[in-house]
Design a protein around this ligand. Structure first.
Ligand SMILES: *Cc1c(COP(=O)(O)O)cnc(C)c1O
Length: 380
């Protein structure tokens, strides 16, 4: 029993399920000796355009680069403000400062962990150039409450969809996927993402053709034609092996997302069975949302860090996303924020815990996680 282990995410089980398809796809790339961009990359771009129902998809080197490319395409300049959440991965805010822009944080909702129309709209000024909603842990922001208001104020929406490939939200009774409601949407294919490659990778999707053309140039040093540079861009290309792997995985993504949802439901039932609901608050799925549980992140009422250690000592790896709000990061001290400025985000950094979740997790493993938590809190 003691040498049993459960990681937060077991990539090896994911590979085992599709090994033949992946090995064949990678072998074809090796035989073609075509490694950067090329037919696999344009093939993936078309697959994603079809899947998300967006006019253009442009592969790039990472999710962080996707965000920088998107903001460059909006001509973000020093002095411009970009509204976003303080409760996210670092790249959500660093893309803004890397271009000299100013992140303006809007606090999140304690149940969905996402920004709300109320918190965002109160931050709009005449310097606001863009808004970056983060569909955190796989659940979409209420885009319909923001899109029109921001459009009349001339604020562009750049969705950070790094944790939400395949999530959707019912808007006017139509399902709209993450990435398909802003003018630009940014994805990451980092291996641990719910659509993950076997190395770094990213993508920008665009509903605006001109911006898409510009991003397609910016990722290759701003060259429209090779060796002729219209502006100074980046070296941010997607490689063919990643694209080939991702094309295979995209075909299975819907059923994997469905398996994540089943696992999330099971956790909820197990918390109730173990009489934990006064201590553990399961993540809330807002009405109209198809949450894909990129992460499964409940809140606990007390002793979060000791619980984390206890799970670890039993062989279960849980994690904290995120231990420090972005407005409190040392590198952003020049923005002048203080502790207490975003109370909800700050309390979440102390209360949330990411439990193991991935499509292949078994019922026995989930029962083990929850009974270990129950034992920690003196329940059975
Ligand atoms: C992973 C992630 C990114 C960055 O993606 P990389 O591919 O690692 O650069 C950006 N935003 C969020 C919310 C993420 O989770």
């Amino acid at each position: 029993m003691k040498d049993r282990k459960l990681p937060t995410l077991d990539l090896k089980r994911g590979y085992a399920r599709i090994k033949d398809e992946i090995d064949q796809a990678v072998k074809e790339v090796l035989e073609s000796q075509y490694f950067i961009m090329g037919p696999q990359v344009s093939g993936l771009e078309s697959d994603v355009e079809r899947y998300l129902e967006v006019p253009r998809a442009i592969g790039c080197a990472s999710g962080s680069d996707a965000l920088v490319l998107a903001l460059k395409a909006l001509d973000l300049k020093p002095g411009d403000e970009v509204i976003t959440t303080p409760y996210s991965f670092f790249a959500t805010a660093s893309c803004i400062t890397r271009l000299g822009g100013t992140p303006v944080f809007a606090d999140v909702d304690p149940d969905s962990y996402n920004v709300t129309a109320e918190t965002v709209l109160s931050k709009v000024t005449d310097k606001t150039k863009a808004f970056i909603p983060v569909h955190l842990f796989g659940q979409m922001v209420h885009m319909e409450e923001l899109s029109k208001e921001l459009e009349v104020r001339n604020v562009a929406v750049v969705e950070d969809c790094a944790q939400a490939f395949g999530s959707w939200r019912s808007i006017d009774e139509t399902p709209v996927r993450a990435g398909a409601s802003g003018v630009l949407g940014c994805f990451s294919f980092f291996p641990t993402k719910n659509l993950g490659g076997y190395g770094d990778g990213g993508m920008v999707v665009s509903r605006n053709q001109e911006m898409a053309d510009r991003i397609a140039k910016l990722r290759v040093h701003g060259a429209g034609t090779t060796y002729f540079h219209d502006e100074v861009g980046m070296n941010s290309r997607l490689d063919a092996i990643q694209a080939a792997v991702l094309r295979v995985k995209l075909r299975h993504l819907d059923s994997w997302n469905e398996e994540r949802r089943i696992a999330a439901d099971r956790y909820r039932v197990l918390f109730a069975e173990h009489d934990l609901l006064g201590i553990v608050t399961p993540p809330v799925e807002d009405e109209g949302n198809y949450h894909i549980y990129h992460q499964y992140v409940p809140k606990v009422i007390r002793d979060r860090d000791r619980l984390l250690e206890h799970l670890g000592s039993e062989g279960i790896t849980a994690r904290v996303y995120y231990p420090l709000s972005l407005h409190m990061q040392r590198c952003f001290s020049f923005l002048g924020y203080d502790k207490g400025d975003f109370p909800v985000s700050e309390s979440l950094t102390e209360q949330t815990i990411a439990l193991p979740i991935f499509p292949e997790i078994t019922e026995e493993e989930q029962e083990w996680v929850v009974s270990t938590i129950a034992a920690f809190y003196g329940k059975k």
